[in-house]
Write a protein of this length. Structure first.
Length: 94
């Protein structure tokens, strides 16, 4: 399983940015092959995007599509971008 984590800096209204991102990003991630999960944390002027993918190829394809969307639709800038194989992942049992 692969993960993609990106930390962005932003200077936009948090509520407007979140609404715009939900509308634009969710169709990208859910429509990209290999999608497992996606989440976002917003703290002050930082946005952290976290996603899980079935393979490195899937994670990198999503990263490229999401980077293009962010560039075209927001003023956010990427501070840290990591895409890689998870060393381990512990999930809660049902």
């Amino acid at each position: 399983m692969y993960a993609r984590v990106v930390v962005y800096a932003h200077h936009e209204d948090k509520v407007e940015l979140e609404a715009k991102a939900r509308a634009g990003v969710i169709p990208i991630v859910t429509g990209t092959p290999g999608y497992i999960s996606y989440g976002v944390m917003v703290e002050d002027d930082r946005v952290v995007s976290i996603s899980q993918w079935e393979s490195e190829e899937h994670a990198k394809a999503a990263d490229a599509a999401l980077a293009a969307w962010v560039k075209a639709n927001t003023t956010m800038t990427s501070e840290t971008r990591i895409t890689g194989d998870l060393a381990w992942l512990e999930l809660a049992s049902s």
